[in-house]
Structure formats: structure tokens, C-alpha cells
Design a protein around this ligand. Sequence first.
Ligand code: GN1
Ligand code: MG
Length: 362
Amino acid sequence: MSETRTPVLSTICSAFGIALNGHDCVPFGNGLINQTLLLRNRHGDDHWILQQVNTSVFKQPQLIAYNNYLAAEHLRNHHPEYRFMRGLRTTDGRDLFISPELGAWRVFPYFQNTVSYDGAVTPAQARSAAQQFGRLTRNLDGVYVQAFKEIIPGFHDLEARYSAFQKAVAQAPADRSVRAKDAITFYNGQASIVQEYRVAMMDPEVRTRITHNDTKVNNVLFDKDSGEAVCVVDLDTLMPGKALFDLGDMIRTFISPAPEDDPDPAHAEVNEDVFAALVEGYFNEMAPLMSLSERALVHWCGQMLIYEQGIRFLTDYLNGDLYYRIDRPDHNLDRAHNQMHLLKRYTALRRPLNDRIRHLIA
Ligand code: GN1
Ligand code: MG
């Protein structure tokens, strides 16, 4: 898209008080749920990110704005130097623009001279990115966690995800069940992870904090000149969660050089240097807060998040592709296979990977 002025765009911009003069509007990022646009001024510095919130996933989009506000206020008071993507207010003081015809929209300032990466990252990038995710949670340590809303209930609830998977297996049309047979068998065979999850969640030392909950590597912006990660984006799932969820999703998305939808399983590999670097980067910020229980679960949380994401993709495939954006018929099945192979490789490397981070977890 490169339209400069559609009626939709004009309405959203005027609601947020943005004067359109020489802006181009292009798709931005690779989100699977929301639609995100970059509004770039050809002549000036005012660039904006416009995001249409998918309200069938985010059923109460105002909760996103609420959590964003609570976090921004805490950070403004306690860590004023911290770069936090705070949403812009509408001219009449609201955090979201909501209309029955156009849906729910949020707007953010765009940080210039930054770049994000979809593909493989180097150990240095992994360390720097993980440090940024860790800094977010550490800087929010001390907030009243219970005041934050659960934007999507049970988002990382592996028992609920597993039940949804079992239901999808039982109800899937025959052709999809047949095509997914090996993946279903594999994920059923790994269900002990769900049991381990249950035990971990009962441990009070696995603390509830404010976490990002979608710590994919492409949710970090890097400075184009210094190469350092400068801030995290995509804060629509900022809510109470566990450090292990963030760390686990970083492990899932950082360690493999292949994207999560690469159809060739042979590409799903584990870069051990990237693993060690990201755990170190996260601990650079979070070490003082990490309990012994959490430290002991570092390798496991990678397994948990790969498993969770694998069954989420497979569930969606079996349900007829209702949740994730797909660009080809077997897209979700490819994603489920990709995570399956990554989980096998990652699990097999448990010992050497733990050896690399022994100084942090022991
Ligand atoms: C979704 O929309 P996006 O790409 O930021 C999903 C995450 C998954 C991810 C997999 C609200 O994130 O949980 O990990 O896809 N977000 C939601 O790529 O379900
Ligand atoms: Mg997201």
C-alpha cells in the first residue's frame, strides 16, 4: 500500500491530531494478528505507527491501553530515561480510537534510525535484545501487579492450550487429521511438558511479574548505527506473566536461524552461542530478581514455549485456520512441523546448553 490519503487514514489521523502532509503509508512488521502500518513523512520527521487491533483476538482492546498507561506512569516516575512505546492520545483524550465501521486503532511515535530483524541474529544482537526485554520487566518491578489486567485470559496457560489442542484433534475434519498425523502423534507424546508446567506454576518462587509475553526477536528495535537494541515494541500483551514465558519465547525465536514458518524442518536448528548470549543478556538485567526455582527452569522454559507455540499452530490448522494469518494452505501445518523439529533438537541439547549457562543457573 502506498496511498497517501484514504478516507480511513484521514479519519484515524485526524482523531489523533496528525496532520497529513506528504506522508506515505506502508505495511509494517510481520505481526500475525493485528494490522500495522507505518506512516512516513517524505519531508519531515513526524513518522507514526498505526495499528488496527484485531478485536476477535483482543476482545477488550481498551485493556491494552489501560496496561500501557499503568506501565508508562510507573516508568515515567521511576525510570524517566527508559524508552517506552507509549501510545498517543486522541484529540479528545482517549487511548484508542474505536468506531463500529473502522474498528479499534492505536498510534505510536516511530523511533527513527532503527531496524528490526526477522531472520537469524548474531550472539551480540541476541544478548542486546534479551537485555531490553529483561529491562522492561526489571523496570516494572515494584508496580502493583494485580492492578494490571489480563488482556487475553490464559495466554500462556499451557493446560488450557493443551485442552484446546485435544478438542481440535477430536473435531478436525478427516483430511486435516490425516495430514497432521505425525505432528499430532509427536505433540501428544510430549505432553509431560504440560505436567511439568502444572508443577512449575504451583511454585510460589516462580513469581508473577509484568512481562511482555510476545518476545519474538522482531519485536525489538535496534539502532542502525550502533547495532545495539534500543527498545521493545508490540506491547499489546504487556500483562502479568512469568519471566520464564518471556525467556522461553526468546529462546524459541532467537536460537533457530530459520523463521518459524520455514517449511523445511532441516532448517530448524539450534545456535548454541545465540542461546548462551540471550540468557546472559536477560540475566544482565534480571539476575537480582530471579529465584532459584526460576533459574533451574531456564532450559525447560524454552521447551515449554516451543511446545506451546507448536500446539497453538497445530490447533489452528485443525480448526481450519481461524486465528493466525496464513499465506498458503498448509501454512499453519508447516509452522507446527517447524516447531516440532526445533523442539526435538533443542531437547536433545539440554546438557550442553545447560553447561553454557551453568554460571547463571547453579
Ligand atoms: C502472534 O501477532 P504477533 O505476530 O505479534 C501471537 C503470539 C505468537 C506469534 C507467533 C496475540 O503474535 O502469541 O507467539 O503470533 N499473538 C497473539 O508468531 O496471539
Ligand atoms: Mg504480538
